[in-house]
Design a protein around this ligand. Structure first.
Ligand SMILES: [Zn+2]
Length: 412
C-alpha cells in the first residue's frame, strides 16, 4: 500500500457510492410516481402500461447495481487480492517473449472476468427481459452469439493488442502517439467492416419490401439530399421485442437499417419521422463530432498511460510486483474508469443536446406530431419510464426525459 493505493480506493468508493445513491433515488422516484400516468401521456398510456414501466425500470436499476458490486469485487480481487499477480505468474509460465506474455496475461484476465460476468448476462436476458415479455432468445441462440462474439473479439482484438504491446515496447517515449494512430485506424476499420461482415453474422438483412413505405422514405431522403446504398430490414425480433432504426456505413456505402419490430409497430408516417430523426444525427454530423471527442480523449489517456507505466508507485500501489507493458495496460483499464466516471454527466449532456437537435431536424423535414406519437408508442412498448429521477437522468441518460422531449416536439 502507498499513497496511490489510497487515492485509487477513494475514487473507487466515491464512484460506487455515487452510483448506489443515484440508483436508490431513481428507484424511489419511479415508485413514488407509479400510481399515476403523467398528465401529458394520460390519453395514450394506460395505468397498467405505466405500472409495468415502473416495475421494469426498478428491476433493471436494481440489477445494474448488482453489476456495479460485482465489478468492485472483481477489481479488488484483481489488485489488492493478488489475482493479477497470480495470473501474471501463469502467463509467464506459458511464454517467454514480452509481447506474447503480455498477450497471454490480457487473454487470461479477459477470460476470467468474462466467466464471472456470464451469469449476469444470462440473468438479465432470461430472468428480467423474460419476465417483462421482451426476450425472444433461446439459450442456444444466446450461446451461439456468445461464441461468435468471443471469436470476433479474438480475431480483431488479439492483433490490435499485439500491435499496441509491440509499439509500447519498441517505439520509445512517443509510443503513445503511434498507439493512438493504430487505435484510430482500428476504429475506422471496424466501422467500415461492421455493416458488411460483422452484422450479417448475427442477423438477417433483407431489402425493405413495403412499396408505400419505400416511396415515403425515398421522398424523405431526396428532400434532405441524402443518398444511401440500401434500405434494409433486420430480423431484430429473433432476440427481443425492443425496436430500433439506425444508419451504418460510410460515404456511398451508407445504408439504413430498420428493425422488423419497429416496422411492425409504427405507421408509415411515424417510421418516416423516426428516420428523419436518425437522418438528423447524420446531417448534423453528430457521429463525427462524438467520434472526434472520443479520439481526442483517447490520445490524452494514452499519453497518461505513457507516463504512468514508467512509475514504480503505479504498480506497487495496485499490489503488482512485476511491472510490464501488458500489466500497465490492464491496470490502466481498471483505474481509469473510476476517475473518468465523473465525466459521465458531461457525455450524457452532450448526447441529449444532439437528441434535441435531431428532433428539431425531424420536425423540419418530416412531422413533429408523427415523431411524438412514434415516441409515445416506443416508450410504451419498451416500458421506458416516463418519470425518471431528474438527477439520475441528468447523470446517465443519453436521451432526454420523455415529458421534456415530447413537450418540445409539441412546440416545434
Ligand atoms: Zn437520436
Amino acid at each position: 500500500m502507498n499513497a496511490f493505493s489510497l487515492v485509487f480506493l477513494a475514487a473507487l468508493v466515491l464512484a460506487t457510492a455515487t452510483r448506489s445513491w443515484l440508483a436508490a433515488r431513481h428507484i424511489g422516484h419511479v415508485r413514488a410516481h407509479s400510481a399515476e400516468v403523467p398528465r401529458e401521456f394520460a390519453n395514450d398510456i394506460g395505468i397498467d402500461a405505466h405500472r409495468k414501466a415502473a416495475e421494469y425500470t426498478i428491476a433493471k436499476t436494481r440489477f445494474a447495481l448488482v453489476g456495479v458490486m460485482v465489478d468492485v469485487a472483481v477489481i479488488l480481487a484483481l489488485t489488492f487480492g493478488g489475482a493479477l499477480q497470480a495470473l501474471d505468474g501463469v502467463a509467464a509460465g506459458w511464454t517467454a517473449g514480452s509481447v506474447t506474455r503480455g498477450l497471454a496475461l490480457i487473454a487470461l484476465v479477459i477470460a476470467v472476468t468474462t466467466a464471472i460476468e456470464l451469469p449476469l448476462g444470462l440473468y438479465r436476458v432470461f430472468v428480467i427481459e423474460q419476465r417483462f415479455g421482451f426476450n425472444k432468445m433461446t439459450l442456444k441462440l444466446y450461446f451461439i452469439d456468445f461464441a461468435k462474439s468471443a471469436l470476433l473479439a479474438a480475431a480483431f482484438g488479439a492483433p490490435l493488442a499485439a500491435a499496441v504491446l509491440w509499439v509500447m515496447e519498441r517505439m520509445g517515449n512517443y509510443w503513445w502517439a503511434y498507439a493512438w494512430v493504430l487505435w484510430v485506424a482500428f476504429n475506422l476499420l471496424t466501422l467500415a467492416v461492421y455493416p458488411v461482415w460483422i452484422a450479417p453474422l448475427f442477423n438477417k438483412f433483407s431489402p425493405m419490401q413495403d412499396p408505400e413505405l419505400r416511396e415515403r422514405v425515398e421522398r424523405l431522403l431526396h428532400r434532405c439530399g441524402f443518398r444511401v446504398k440500401g434500405l434494409m430490414v433486420m430480423d431484430g425480433s429473433r432476440r427481443s421485442t425492443h425496436g430500433n432504426a439506425y444508419f451504418t456505413g460510410f460515404g456511398a456505402a451508407k445504408r439504413i437499417v430498420f428493425f422488423d419490430t419497429l416496422l411492425a409497430r409504427l405507421d408509415p408516417p411515424e417510421v418516416e419521422a423516426v428516420l428523419a430523426h436518425e437522418l438528423g444525427h447524420f446531417k448534423l454530423r453528430h457521429v463525427m463530432k462524438r467520434m472526434t471527442w472520443v479520439f481526442l480523449a483517447s490520445l490524452a489517456f494514452l499519453w497518461l498511460l505513457g507516463s504512468l507505466m514508467q512509475q514504480d508507485w503505479f504498480y506497487r500501489g495496485l499490489n503488482v510486483a512485476t511491472p510490464s507493458t501488458g500489466m500497465a495496460l490492464i491496470l490502466f483499464f481498471i483505474v481509469v474508469p473510476q476517475f473518468a466516471f465523473l465525466l459521465q454527466p458531461l457525455g450524457a449532456m452532450y448526447s441529449r443536446k444532439h437528441e434535441f437537435e435531431a428532433d428539431q431536424f425531424a420536425a423540419r423535414n418530416a412531422s413533429a406530431p408523427d415523431l411524438a406519437s412514434a415516441l409515445v408508442k416506443l416508450y410504451k412498448d419498451n416500458a421506458s419510464t416516463l418519470t425518471p429521477d431528474p438527477l439520475h437522468s441528468a447523470f446517465y441518460d443519453s436521451h432526454p426525459p420523455a415529458v421534456i422531449r415530447i413537450a418540445r416536439l409539441k412546440r416545434a
